[in-house]
Design a binder for this molecule. Structure first.
Ligand code: FEO
Length: 396
């Protein structure tokens, strides 16, 4: 169902209620998502972004409710990833004379995805295109979250269309932030930031400063996923500034896997130690916790405590990807610690500490190991370890 978000500016995208995994299976989307595309009617007709390929016909039918799709003059492709550009081939079949406006890097990536002889125009930051009464102004936003990513600003209506930035994987019957459950909205916006934008936090800060310095009035922010920020639209910009600063909460997350419950019992004893010194925490069994939800807890926490028994001179295969995520997402301002049971050689704790070091997460103290199943005194040592980790968490 289309929606007129401002006079002559329409949401013509699609709501994908059923999707539960994104980027293949990399990202969980418990609440579905939307693919937001915007049709602007002025002397020229502009489509900003499309939808994922399977929804392309729906996009065209949405457009047809407003205008004959062949009348589209300009298609802005802010970003080539196919959840936004996948509908381009169908749109361009209906509007073969339209110009596809892309960033400089988008000229590579959009062409590289579709290999079509469309008429392209590559723009840089500050370039503008008059569409009649109003103008489109472009701001390149490399690594928010791809090198080709770009923001489009519509003058007159004062709408910022920043593609993936400020988005959420959140299917809703409503289009605007003032219409939806605020807890759900922020949970999804936070998960989106933590899992997708964390490694680019310095660039997020710089880009927001750059856009704010342009002093463009912003009445609405229409990301390419989820709801549109209409009420106090800069609230999400302020929230991004806060998240990009990566100032974690004085809390901990204890993440473990276990073979015969020894490492689980260690995790819980460490948790008791954290409680002793008043440090809030979660204890997450990596096997049964959604990876992306787990990474949100890592994002929030000052201290990440990782536990695994030793297997094949290393950690369990469920813990290894987490250690790569800690490195890949480039978390800042964290502290770490390691623990685990072992039977024979006992390298698991050392492997975790090496990986924490590679992720630039300093360890609070040497990790704690337990041979075979923990005895009462081993669990008391874990509790003491938890107290020490907790005190360091509060001090930092
Ligand atoms: Fe980078 Fe929503 O795609």
């Amino acid at each position: 169902m289309i929606a007129e978000v401002k006079k002559n500016v329409y949401w013509v995208g699609a709501v994908d209620w059923g999707i539960r995994h994104f980027h293949g299976y990399e990202l969980s989307t418990h609440r579905g998502t939307t693919y937001n595309a915007y049709l602007i009617r002025d002397e020229k007709t502009v489509l900003v972004d499309t939808v994922w390929g399977p929804f392309a016909d729906q996009l065209v039918e949405n457009i047809r409710q407003i205008i004959d799709p062949s009348k589209i003059d300009i298609v802005v492709a802010n970003h080539a990833e196919v959840d936004h550009s996948g509908g381009l081939p169908v749109v361009m079949r209906h509007a073969p004379n339209a110009t596809v406006v892309v960033s400089q890097r988008g000229a590579e990536s959009v062409e590289g995805h579709f290999h079509q002889p469309w008429k392209f125009r590559a723009v840089k930051t500050g370039h503008n295109i008059s569409i009649g009464q109003n103008e489109l102004i472009f701001v390149e936003a490399p690594m928010l979250h791809w090198p080709d990513s770009m923001f489009t600003y519509l003058t007159g209506h004062n709408i910022l269309l920043p593609n993936d930035a400020f988005g959420q994987h959140y299917a809703s019957a409503y289009r605007f932030n003032d219409e939806v459950d605020q807890g759900e909205l922020y949970e999804e916006a936070h998960k989106y930031y933590a899992n997708i934008l964390t490694p680019f936090s310095d660039l997020v800060t710089k880009k927001i400063d750059e856009v704010l310095a342009l002093s463009l009035p912003v009445d609405m922010i229409g990301p390419s996923h989820g709801i549109i920020w209409r009420k106090d639209p800069l609230q999400i910009v302020k929230k991004y500034q806060e998240w990009a600063a990566q100032r974690p909460e004085q809390r901990a997350v204890v993440i473990y896997d276990t073979m015969w419950d020894g490492t689980r019992r260690m995790a819980e004893a460490i948790g008791d130690g954290l409680t002793d010194v008043g440090v809030d925490h979660k204890i997450l069994h990596a096997v049964v916790t959604d990876r992306n939800d787990l990474l949100v807890e890592v994002f929030r926490a000052k201290t990440v405590v990782v536990g695994s028994p030793t297997l094949n001179n290393s950690v369990l295969p469920t813990i290894a990807p987490l250690l790569y995520d800690l490195k890949g997402l480039k978390f800042k301002n964290k502290l770490g610690a390691a623990f685990g049971c072992y039977g024979w050689s006992g390298e698991g704790v050392k492997v975790i500490e090496e990986q924490l070091d590679q992720a630039k997460i300093p360890v609070i103290r040497e990790g704690i190991k337990c041979k075979w199943q923990p005895r009462a005194e081993d669990l008391e040592a874990c509790r003491s370890f938890g107290r020490e980790v907790g005190k360091a968490t509060k001090k930092a």
